[in-house]
Design a protein around this ligand. Structure first.
Ligand code: PMP
Length: 457
């Protein structure tokens, strides 16, 4: 390939990146990743980088798996594409649906395919409204989501999401989507204990349902652990209360498992980690470990059967159940099970990672270090006792810290001034040692620099 500088110039000139400041990209250039193996990325300069974000919470089985490439090639030769519209089907779509029904909890037995998480959540919006219409309640169409949530970038996905700067951009949100607070004790819990705060935030759901009227509300959507919002691990009191409220008010519960699904929390699904029983789960990312685009809604018997009987759900994508994507996802799930990667999170590397990660709370810059399974976050702060934010604009310090991680060949992401990890599920204890060593170095460099620049306040 051409020299790095040339690639960077071409990239900035012609490639519109998602979620990227174009001017900054033109000024600095992107780091160009050329190949990867296991947990390690290689860039165009030959530098090796430890990927503690699994690409973008995707590559659970790690990079460079020949059998994944073979599964794709085999399926491409046999049947590269056919649709699943109008009473046609094919073997990979059938087998994957059966497999997902087998591993999903409760009576989540039906699969509607998409190409990623955003469009699967679009499906969910239409599906729950269609369900209630089929039950004779067309007015039951409001979907309650949470502030600071991320559920995708399509018109419905971004409307469900509650992120500042995104949720209200470009004519959004679409109608009949409302938000309640997130169970983010560290930032918003004040003097309450985490458990008190978890219950209080759950009760906002009840208050919102009562305010709008039960007959107007179709569903509540949330991630078991909010990922892109900064790995916000809810207090234990939160989910049982949410489940109780949804059940008591006949509100469908949609668990967005795009990040939490397929082992990341230490069980196959985050819903299982929190003992909840959703009516619909959104999956993507880890479904194929990012090797190919695929997403899905996994739907319970009651909703799927009602919609099937109504017979007029006019919805679908050209690539719903793409045979190559399904074949690759099946191979991914085989690897996940055969190599016991969920067990690696729960009882192999997981406890070691958790111990080392939590020790980062001793660093002068870190206000809290939390982790569940292979999802962890650090709150950066100038004042631990007060859990105080920095005086500088939110994200300034996080961006500096992320830069020092990257220079030290560690991919960690920042959300505001929270640093997050979501490494591949194949991570070993020696990978953990490297991760922690580089993270500490990056935190030290960040602290020194912000003191120098007068930003440590
Ligand atoms: N839901 C969640 C929880 C996500 O994290 C994401 C992607 N970051 C999405 C939905 C959207 O998925 P996609 O980017 O595949 O459309």
């Amino acid at each position: 390939f051409p020299p790095t500088a040339e690639l960077q110039a071409l990239d900035a000139a012609h490639h519109m990146h998602p979620f990227t400041d174009g001017a900054e990209l033109a000024a600095k250039g992107a780091r160009i990743i050329t190949r990867a193996k296991g947990v390690t990325l290689t860039d165009s300069e030959g530098e090796e980088i430890l990927d503690a974000m699994a690409g973008l919470w995707c590559v659970n089985i790690g990079y460079g798996r020949d059998s994944m490439a073979e599964a794709a090639a085999r399926q491409m030769r046999e049947l590269p594409y056919y649709n699943t519209f109008f009473q046609t089907s094919h073997v990979p779509a059938i087998e994957l649906a059966r497999k997902l029904a087998e591993i999903a909890p409760g009576d989540l037995n039906h699969v509607f395919y998409a190409s990623g998480g955003s469009d699967a959540n679009d499906t969910n919006v239409r599906l729950v409204r269609h369900y209630w219409a089929a039950k004779g309640k067309p007015e039951k169409k409001v979907i309650i989501s949470r502030k600071n949530a991320y559920h995708g970038s399509t018109m419905a996905g971004a409307s469900l999401g509650g992120m500042t700067g995104m949720h209200a951009q470009g004519g959004l949100p679409i109608p009949d989507i409302v938000h309640i607070g997130q169970p983010h004790w560290y930032a918003e819990g004040g003097d309450m204990t985490p458990e008190e705060f978890g219950r209080a935030r759950a009760r906002e759901l009840k208050a919102k349902i009562e305010e709008l009227g039960e007959d107007k509300v179709a569903a509540f959507i949330a991630e078991p652990i909010q990922g892109a919002g900064g790995v916000i691990i809810p207090p234990d009191s939160y989910w049982p209360e949410i489940q109780r409220i949804c059940d008591a008010h006949a509100i469908l519960l949609i668990a967005d498992e795009v990040i939490c699904g397929f082992g990341r929390t230490g069980q196959m699904f985050g819903s299982q980690s929190y003992d909840i029983c959703p009516d619909i789960m959104t999956v993507a990312k880890g479904l194929s470990s990012g090797y190919i685009p695929i997403g899905a809604s996994i739907v319970c018997d009651e909703v799927a059967n009602t919609v099937a009987e109504a017979g007029d759900f006019n919805h679908g994508y050209t690539y719903s159940g793409h045979p190559v994507a399904c074949a690759v996802a099946l191979e991914n799930l085989r690897i996940l099970e055969d190599e016991k990667l969920v067990e690696n999170v729960a009882s192999g590397t997981g406890p070691y990672l958790a111990e080392k990660w939590r020790q980062l709370a001793e660093h002068p810059l870190v206000g809290e270090a939390v982790i569940r399974g292979f999802m962890g976050s650090l709150a950066l702060t100038p004042d631990k006792a007060a859990r105080a934010p920095f005086a500088a604009e939110t994200g300034t310090i996080g961006l500096i810290a992320r830069g020092h991680c990257f220079e030290n060949n560690l991919v960690m992401r920042h959300v505001g001034d929270r640093m997050i990890i979501a490494p591949p599920l194949i991570l070993t204890k020696s990978d953990v040692d490297v991760l922690i060593e580089r993270a500490v170095r990056a935190l030290d460099l960040t602290l020194a620099r912000i003191k120098d620049e007068g930003l440590y306040r």
